[in-house]
Write a protein that binds this ligand. Structure first.
Ligand code: 13P
Ligand code: SF4
Length: 357
């Protein structure tokens, strides 16, 4: 008899969500920090890899210094290909860990080790592993937004851009899935593929707050706008989307679709790159809980916001905030990540694009 009675696991409650605190800089300090960081990157043989949800300053700096701006796995793949011996990951902790797993010989630093992710926090390994053990008949598929220890227990790691293809493939092989941690992405994948999926009940504190009614109202005001939705959003929001996709896929939609305007349901950090690829298009924030309303983090991830130029300069100067992953976990977590990368390669699927591609 398993210790877990319910077929649907509760997620670990995530209560300690910090407020969104953006770095505020005067122009002179910004310019001085950027110049200093450029010197330090060279001196430390380091390269900056940043996620699309980080500040425009960090994204610009990554591109100007030969780093990259992308989503998490491409950040790691980029780091692997890069000659630099140090990777500085501006993003959240699981991104730094993934970079380390795929590049164990490199030093991986992060501006703030407190930059968590509510999906990762909702799925601690000590709760997840017994749940997997209680369902040995299921293939364990986890989203990239998980700890190294959770990945080490998985058969597959997926990103939002490839989740449907991987699960479709597993379903065709007759496999039943245990999915973690995002219940909305899991529900979306389940509806598209029809696979038998048991879903961990985690959620992203940013995306779960997008409101279908508010988006409907915006669409009435902007009937020409395409609605772009990240699949970590609730099903009624996904149902309204013209495009459901990863950050890279949503950026590509803005670049390539003929619409003059877009209603965007994902973290507002993405607007930096969207404006860059389509400067003449109108980008409209999808409403979430609203300022002062029920959401703790209205359309901006409080943990992504912990990254900034001051902290970046500090870690390059001191070598603090290095990511360490125990060797055994690193080795086991690399297997399901590499399985996904090989699958993507065989099917000629660009797992994740990155800026400049
Ligand atoms: P992407 O892989 O689409 O960039 O998503 C990462 C993420 O954390 C979204 O909230
Ligand atoms: Fe995690 Fe959501 Fe932040 Fe992405 S936006 S890192 S899923 S909390």
């Amino acid at each position: 008899m398993s210790a877990i009675a319910s077929p649907v696991p509760p997620a670990h409650p995530v209560t300690d969500v910090p407020p969104v605190v953006e770095e505020v800089l005067e122009d002179a300090e910004r310019a001085a920090l950027i110049a200093r960081i450029k010197q330090l990157l060279k001196a430390q043989d380091a390269v900056l890899v940043a996620h699309y949800y980080t500040s425009g300053d960090l994204q610009r700096l990554a591109e100007e210094t030969g780093g990259c701006v992308s989503d998490s796995l491409e950040m790691a793949r980029f780091g692997h290909a890069a000659k630099a011996s140090t990777l500085v990951v501006a993003g959240v902790r699981f991104m730094g860990e993934t970079a380390k797993i795929l590049n164990p010989e490199k030093r991986v630093l992060m501006p703030d080790l407190g930059a968590e992710c509510s999906l990762d926090l909702s799925c601690p390994a000590e709760e997840f592993i017994p749940f997997c053990d209680a369902h040995p008949d299921r293939t364990v598929v986890v989203y990239a937004n998980t700890s190294a220890a959770v990945k080490a227990r998985a058969d597959w790691v997926v990103t939002s851009s490839i989740a449907v293809r991987v699960v479709q493939h597993l379903k065709e092989r007759g496999e039943k899935i245990l999915w973690a941690p995002d219940r909305y992405l899991g529900d979306y994948v389940q509806r598209v593929t029809g696979a038998d999926m048991l879903l961990w009940q985690g959620a992203c504190v940013v995306h779960e707050k997008f409101k279908a009614e508010g988006i409907r109202e915006l669409k009435r005001q902007h009937p020409e706008a395409a609605i772009l939705v990240h699949p970590e959003s609730p099903p009624e929001v996904i149902a309204m989307a013209d495009v459901v996709g990863s950050t890279t896929q949503l950026i590509r939609a803005v670049e390539t679709l003929p619409n003059p305007s877009f209603i965007v349901a994902t973290d507002i950090g993405i607007f930096h790159k969207m404006h860059a690829v389509a400067p003449h298009k109108l980008l409209i924030e999808a409403p979430s809980g609203g300022k002062g309303a029920t959401c703790v983090s209205c359309a901006h991830c409080p943990w992504m916001a912990m990254n900034g130029l001051r902290k970046l300069a500090h870690v390059l100067e001191t070598g603090e905030n290095e990511i360490h992953v125990p060797e055994d976990i690193c080795r086991r977590a690399a297997r399901p990540i590499n399985r996904m990368l090989e699958f993507a390669g065989q099917q000629s699927i660009p797992v994740l694009g990155r800026s400049g591609e």
